[in-house]
Ligand binder design. Structure first.
Ligand SMILES: *Cc1c(COP(=O)(O)O)cnc(C)c1O
Length: 491
């Protein structure tokens, strides 16, 4: 299995070469040169395996894409990752029925209570393995406003050959998010609270990474959402969800996905391309609707920071969708001509005009890929959280509520709809409270304030706000951050 760039560079690379890298040298994203296809025999075998072990299913799928790590090693890494101890249930991504034909698949039972753990936990093990094999080490530098940073830290903590330097805006994350990150006592995790806003954190990361001499000297790397291994790990739960929702491989299901950077739903697209019987991929955005706009109109217009709304589903507050280029390349045919056209759209038109519109013919192909979309607002989230509790006694978080709201607009008779649950409600307790304090506003159907549900943290996370903290506060100054890295990094 070889990988190539979405922008037409003819170079082919192995999995472990692209594992530790970000963008391809031509600025594109890596994709497999050809997607492996699953046939009826494989699907039947995998349904059997999925009933026994998520880890075993993950191994089957990953081994189709990874041929430069010995199978016995890959198996060990995958089985060490997807355990009941780490993900809370034997099923790892259990499916719950809300009503006939409508399900929620929980991807949020990992250490940080958000779906990013699904991929990041595996990435931590793959990184540690590959670095040891090469006798190398890595200093991961990142900026976070919440979820991604903590998922990275919980995946990399205690891993040999890896240090993590995570910048966050001082005092601007929720108390729970701060506690989650800052309570980690591992020597290889370095929290840096920057006196500034998130954009300043991100600018510092860019400035440090653009200093190529410093980057080489200190082996600076990232764990951003365009990493192919992260996407690949996410393909597995589409299969796992499908097998739980159906009895036969003749059936089709649809998935609804709360989306931001297009990483999660892109994994669904890969699963569908491999041959998993997915009818629709329902893309849900919040008020930051750059992707909904594309799937309705064919125009992709990333927003500026000023145009990006701060919403109550903050992990979907994106201005541009960093994984989206992968889908466009596939839409255009996944070949050399598609590479040239993708390069034109993303490398030239986007940079020049701030956006692009695909042709009518290109737009017409989207239907064949199963994609439909919709958008959800703060009021929709509150109403959905309330209605889902009233109807099914399940408390969902704000992101999952966006997915559910849009899923309902695309229900089709005879096709089960699986909404991916991307976070636990306890992480967004303030909005949950708001949803139920308005309970009677919609005509008296809501529970009184006394009956409002209170989202509960898993036992292991209760009281983390009181734990000692490991964090260094620094001014928004590139030189100061560099000095901090030099003082603490593995050289
Ligand atoms: C990251 C995240 C999303 C968005 O996922 P993408 O892969 O960026 O589309 C949705 N919900 C939650 C809770 C997240 O953390």
């Amino acid at each position: 299995m070889k990988y190539f760039s979405t922008r037409g560079d003819p170079a082919r690379r192995g999995f472990s070469d692209i594992l530790l890298e970000g963008l391809a040298p031509d600025g594109g994203l890596y994709l497999p040169a050809a997607y492996p296809k699953v046939d009826a025999g494989m699907l039947a075998r995998w349904r059997d395996i999925a009933g026994r072990s998520y880890a075993e299913l993950a191994f089957e799928i990953l081994s189709l894409y990874i041929d430069d790590i010995p199978l016995s090693d890959l198996k060990r890494l995958v089985h060490a990752t997807y355990t009941e101890a780490v993900f809370g249930t034997r099923e790892i991504t259990p499916l719950a029925k809300l009503e006939d034909g409508l399900f929620v698949q929980a991807l949020s039972n990992g250490p940080t209570l958000a779906f990013k753990d699904m991929a990041m936990q595996l990435l931590g093990r793959l990184f540690e393995y590959e670095l040891a094999r090469r006798g190398e080490h890595l200093n991961i530098l990142g900026a976070t406003s919440g979820d991604t940073g903590s998922a990275a830290e919980y995946a990399m903590r205690g891993k040999r050959g890896i240090h993590v330097f995570m910048l966050s805006p001082d005092g601007r994350m929720s108390p729970f998010q701060q506690a989650q990150m800052f309570s980690l006592q591992d020597a290889n995790i370095h929290n840096i609270a920057i006196e500034g806003v998130f954009d300043e954190c991100q600018d510092i990361v860019k400035a440090v990474s653009n200093d190529l001499e410093f980057k080489r000297r200190w082996k600076i790397g990232t764990v951003n959402s365009i990493n192919w291994a992260r996407l690949l790990a996410q393909v597995v739960y589409y299969f796992a969800g499908y097998f739980q929702a159906t009895r036969s491989n003749e059936q089709k299901v649809s998935f609804a996905v709360p989306s931001g950077n297009f990483g999660n739903i892109c994994a669904g697209h890969v699963a569908r391309t491999m041959g998993l019987p997915i009818h629709r991929l329902v893309l849900a955005t919040n008020e930051n609707d750059v992707l909904d706009e594309f799937f309705r109109t064919g125009t992709y217009r990333p927003r500026s920071t000023q145009e990006t709304h701060e919403t109550s589903s903050p992990s979907m507050d994106i201005s541009k969708a960093s994984n989206f280029e992968r889908f466009v390349f596939d839409l255009l045919g996944h070949d050399a001509a598609a590479g040239a056209r993708t390069k034109e759209l993303f490398g030239e038109t986007l940079a020049r005009d701030g956006g692009f519109t695909i042709t009518r013919d290109e737009f017409a192909r989207i239907a064949g890929f199963g994609f439909v979309s919709g958008r959800s607002t703060h009021a929709d989230r509150l109403a959905t959280i309330r209605a889902t509790w009233q109807g099914s006694r399940r408390l969902v978080d704000t992101h999952t509520a966006d997915g559910l709201k849009v899923a309902r607009e695309h229900l089709e008779r005879g096709v089960p709809m699986i909404v991916l649950e991307t976070a636990q409600p306890a992480k967004f307790a303030a909005t949950i409270e708001e949803a139920f304090s308005e309970g009677d506003a919609g005509g008296g159907a809501g529970p009184g304030p006394g009956a409002a549900p209170v989202p509960e943290l898993p036992a292991a996370l209760r009281g983390i706000e009181k734990l000692p903290r490991r964090v260094t506060v620094l001014p928004a100054d590139v030189a100061r951050v560099k000095r901090h890295i030099e003082a603490h990094a593995e050289a």
